[in-house]
Design a protein around this ligand. Structure first.
Ligand code: 3PG
Length: 315
């Protein structure tokens, strides 16, 4: 069996597949050459870069499995593949903590102006930063503040758990209400369960000091001008979910008016070429869709994906 890992696969996942007798190629084939190249393979694995659309599936009748190393399957025509008897698998839980930690990277960045300070610190030969120091004199602490989490699935809950560990209050919203507890595990084996209950979207929007999005993209943004207007003045907004869930033009207006103090964005409406107005804004902390890009997450993803592929072909 031959697998093309077109967006790469962690060495541990590759080794597991090879031990099970699979041939694994990890060289990325450009999208336009994929239909030809894939004819020689039994399966393909992707992250979010490679698109596996209907035409590609039709062009490669040998393909029996599409593996998504990650959560979002918006780059794969899943229903169509399944209707043609092609299995589609993903690894929905493996990257939750890495994404949650990136949310806090953006939050800590925003409350202490790192995105701007990193651009403006005096360079060699000019050691004066007193004016800059005055500009950044009033940061904000996270402890005791309220984080609003929109989308309370695996990543939303992991984000809430980290927030509770930092001493923040959590307000969460999900289409499917949740009432239960989240467990914080501490060094030495101690753990504590903290009750959490979802509230309405309006409550989250109106009462949060920071808002983090954790939903897939549906048909329109979840946060637009109307929602920004209802938020607290000085709110910080983070998006490590999917591009399009925030109306970027409305976000820029809200940042410029001071309604939103800062934003942290890992995902963009236009990927991989976000708009210049977003890229150059001094109040936006930017990362290039790297929520799942940690050693630990990729190792878990590679291991899980390899296991799913082996199980599928051994059925
Ligand atoms: O859906 C996901 O798993 C994340 O958006 C990560 O995507 P990536 O694997 O392309 O980094």
């Amino acid at each position: 069996m031959k697998i093309l890992a077109n967006d790469g696969i962690d060495p541990i996942g590759k080794a597991l597949l090879e031990q099970a007798g699979f041939v694994v190629d990890t060289e990325t084939v450009p999208q336009e050459k994929l239909a030809e190249a894939l004819k020689n393979y039994d399966g393909i694995t992707v992250r979010s870069a490679t698109k596996v659309r209907q035409e590609l599936i039709d062009a490669c009748p040998n393909i029996k499995l599409i593996g998504r190393g990650g959560v979002g399957m918006d780059n794969i025509d899943v229903e169509y593949a399944r209707s043609k008897g092609v299995a589609v698998v993903n690894t929905p839980a493996a990257s939750s903590l890495s994404v949650a930690e990136l949310v806090f990277s953006h939050l800590f960045t925003g409350v202490r102006f790192l995105q701007d300070a990193n651009r403006k610190m005096p360079v060699e030969g000019n050691t004066k930063f007193n004016d800059l120091k005055k500009a950044y004199a009033k940061g904000t602490e996270l402890r005791g503040k309220t984080i609003g989490i929109i989308g309370f699935g695996r990543i939303g809950r992991e984000t809430a758990t980290v927030a509770l560990g930092l001493g923040m209050n959590v307000l969460a919203y999900d289409l499917y209400p949740f009432e239960g507890s989240l467990t914080l595990n501490f060094q030495g084996g101690a753990s504590v369960a903290i009750p959490v209950k979802t509230v309405s979207l309006d409550e989250v929007i109106a009462n949060s000091d920071f808002i983090s999005l954790h939903t897939p993209f549906a048909d329109k943004p979840i946060l637009g001008a109307e929602e920004f207007a209802k938020m607290k003045k000085g709110v910080g907004v983070v998006n490590c979910s999917r591009g399009g869930t925030i109306d970027e033009a409305a976000l820029i207006e809200a940042l410029d008016s001071g309604k939103v103090a800062f934003a942290g964005l890992d995902v963009f409406y236009n990927e991989p070429t976000p708009d210049a107005a977003i890229l150059q804004h001094s109040k936006i902390s930017l990362t290039p869709h790297i929520g799942a890009s940690t050693n630990e997450a990729q190792e878990r993803i590679g291991t899980e994906l390899a296991t799913l592929i082996i199980e599928h072909f051994n059925k």
